[in-house]
Write a protein that binds this ligand. Sequence first.
Ligand SMILES: Cc1cc2nc3c(=O)[nH]c(=O)nc-3n(C[C@H](O)[C@H](O)[C@H](O)COP(=O)(O)OP(=O)(O)OC[C@H]3O[C@@H](n4cnc5c(N)ncnc54)[C@H](O)[C@@H]3O)c2cc1C
Length: 388
Amino acid sequence: MHMTRTVGIVGGGPGGLTLARVLATRGIAATVFELDEHPLARPQGGSLDLHGDSGLRALREAGLEAEFKAVARYDDQGDAIYDAQGTLHFQHNEESGGDRPEIDRTQLRSLLLASLPSERIRWGSKVSAVEPLPDGRYRVVGPEGTLGEFDLVVGADGAWSRIRPLVSQETPAFTGVLFIELQIDDVDTRHPEVAKLLPHGKISVVGNNQGLIAQRSSHGHVRVYFMFRVSEEQLRQGLVDVSSPARAREQLKALLPGWAPSLLAFIDASNDTLAARPIVALPVGHRWTHRPGVTLLGDAAHVMPPFSGEGVNMAMLDGLELALALSSDSDWSRAVKGYEEAMFERAAGAAEGAMQGLDFVSEHALEHVMEHFREIQQQAAGAGAGAH
Ligand SMILES: Cc1cc2nc3c(=O)[nH]c(=O)nc-3n(C[C@H](O)[C@H](O)[C@H](O)COP(=O)(O)OP(=O)(O)OC[C@H]3O[C@@H](n4cnc5c(N)ncnc54)[C@H](O)[C@@H]3O)c2cc1C
């Protein structure tokens, strides 16, 4: 009976592709509509750590553990906390035993794509609307007309979802934190002074309403986020002019008085790919009344600040759980409703933690961050004790 019903997935990010893959392994046909023209149309972002009970579990149940292990980085799980004057407050050099392996976003997308028949992905398909049909199905529409008709349409199209208005009136709100993203190429050979600060994985710098997170991806690439508390007005005006890299670098340094030269070196080492990323969030506990034939997953359902690194993990777990529900209950409306109820609870907990993470960019940030890392250290000690 399942074989005759179809799923349309809007968005080929980590959540949508996980759903498509797990459905495919359970014999349910799904089509993914993705606005990118092709897999490498835009950089997918930096390194992600996948968590055992969410992102990693999704890959395991999708039958992609071996593919993941072939590219995952187990030696980049360290972290170090500095203050803006360059004083080291905490260091945690996780060696290969850590349980949060890193993978580049592009690699994650590639391995999910490689696991799907290519005709399942419709590249260059911008979905502009989804319309209910009299028979209870939904029509997916692009600027040039109908893209397909499905028994179930899943909005996996991120924070600014075009599908969300079918079930919810909520839209993401600016959290008051703006990330300015910089990138450094070939850090070990071209910028050894910066590389020294990044022996393993990542460093975080905590200033007064300002911060920095710099993280290694593969091949000596580093993604750097400078973070600022800004008003809506500052956001509208643009804190730095990212369209003019040299000017933006000068503006950034001017915004960081008193920061140690060793930390400002991240700015001088950066290439010309800069981006402003306002951090937005849906209300904690966002939920909707079930509507048969349509649902959401990932950021479309619960976009949250990225501080706890849960966004991709939650999106992949949603994709897995929805696929498992659809493949185990022939009543799809009941299956989706069950998925939604569990997802609302799970996302509310994650979003609450993620909102607390905004304290990273606050006046009492160092205290908050140190408390967080002490917790991690205690957990690691507990796990280590258990393992021996
Ligand atoms: C600066 C920053 C840093 C982050 N760092 C981390 C991190 O370290 N770890 C972590 O877990 N999370 C992180 N996140 C969050 C993470 O990026 C998201 O939670 C995650 O990507 C959500 O996955 P998704 O599949 O729901 O949506 P997305 O990744 O947003 O994918 C949505 C897809 O839908 C496509 N799409 C959008 N609109 C349409 C349309 N109309 N028609 C067709 N296709 C469409 C898009 O092109 C995209 O491919 C970060 C976020 C930000 C902003």
